[in-house]
Design a protein around this ligand. Structure first.
Ligand SMILES: NC(=O)c1ccc[n+]([C@@H]2O[C@H](COP(=O)([O-])OP(=O)(O)OC[C@H]3O[C@@H](n4cnc5c(N)ncnc54)[C@H](OP(=O)(O)O)[C@@H]3O)[C@@H](O)[C@H]2O)c1
Length: 229
């Protein structure tokens, strides 16, 4: 990082790992745009963040919304240097019971919205010569771990991993695009039995969001170590 103050957009920043990522970035003197489905939720998150943070409404449920919203945020708050695609949902039905609408919704939140945000913010990062993009995926969406998650979750997170690779190829060396698996984390999604705290889950994505210029791009990381796709 240079001394210049960076701006980061974190989706799903109102609770769980997203809130911990937002706090971790704000601690590193980054201005955080903490995005949540409603401005009320986003502002409540900001009250839990020490440092420079602004709550912004960003509901990722519909296609064609996130990209334009990101462009408007950049106009309002200045260039966005860091994007963390963290928002996620866990649809648990297996193939037989899975409703088409739930499958589409999983793809929308995990993949389509992330694509729109990367398409809106990635090329301007490249033009400025610096950018960091982190996609929150999961070992449950890794072929190397047998796509172990529930159907819609595994397929959509595997798609997000593919988006990481293609975006890294498209955006060049100055924009580092990586996937992060946070491990199994105690959140509403992860449940109370999970061994990791939200701070531990946020460690790898915060590290990837602040990589030095010689850091990796187009990779998949857990506990700051590369893992197989
Ligand atoms: N917890 C784990 O063990 C674990 C393991 C591997 C990967 N992950 C990944 O890590 C990320 C964070 O997980 P978490 O455990 O912190 O989950 P969480 O506690 O369930 O929080 C999910 C966040 O995503 C937001 N979100 C969901 N749908 C959205 C939408 N349509 N538009 C905007 N925001 C939306 C939620 O907002 P609302 O509050 O409005 O619902 C919430 O802020 C997810 O991508 C998850 O897949 C988690």
């Amino acid at each position: 990082m240079t001394d210049q103050k960076r701006t980061a957009l974190v989706t799903g920043a109102n609770r769980g790992i997203g809130l911990a990522i937002a706090r971790g970035l704000a601690e590193r003197d980054i201005h955080v745009l903490a995005a949540a489905r409603s401005v009320e939720k986003a502002q409540a998150a900001v009250r839990e963040i020490d440092g420079s943070a602004t709550g912004v409404a960003l509901d990722l449920s519909e296609p064609g919304v996130a990209g334009e919203a990101a462009r408007q945020l950049a106009e309002a708050y200045g260039p966005i240097d860091i994007l963390v695609n963290n928002a996620g949902i866990l649809v648990t039905e297996d193939l037989n019971e899975l409703e088409l609408a739930d499958f589409v919704h999983s793809l929308q939140v995990h993949l389509i919205a992330a694509f729109e945000l990367i398409q809106a913010l990635g090329p301007p990062m490249r033009k400025r010569g610096w950018g960091r993009i982190v996609n929150m995926t999961s070992g449950w969406g890794a072929f190397a771990e047998n796509l172990e998650g529930p159907f819609a979750y595994a397929v959509s997170k595997a798609g997000l991993n593919a988006l990481t690779v293609k975006s890294a190829q498209a955006l060049g060396e100055s924009v580092k695009v990586n996937s992060a698996c946070p491990g199994w984390v105690r959140t509403d999604m992860g449940g109370e039995q999970a061994p990791r705290s939200v701070e531990e889950g946020a460690d790898t994505p915060v590290w990837l969001a602040t990589l030095p210029d010689d850091g990796p791009t187009g990779g998949f990381f857990r506990s700051r170590k590369p893992i197989d796709w």
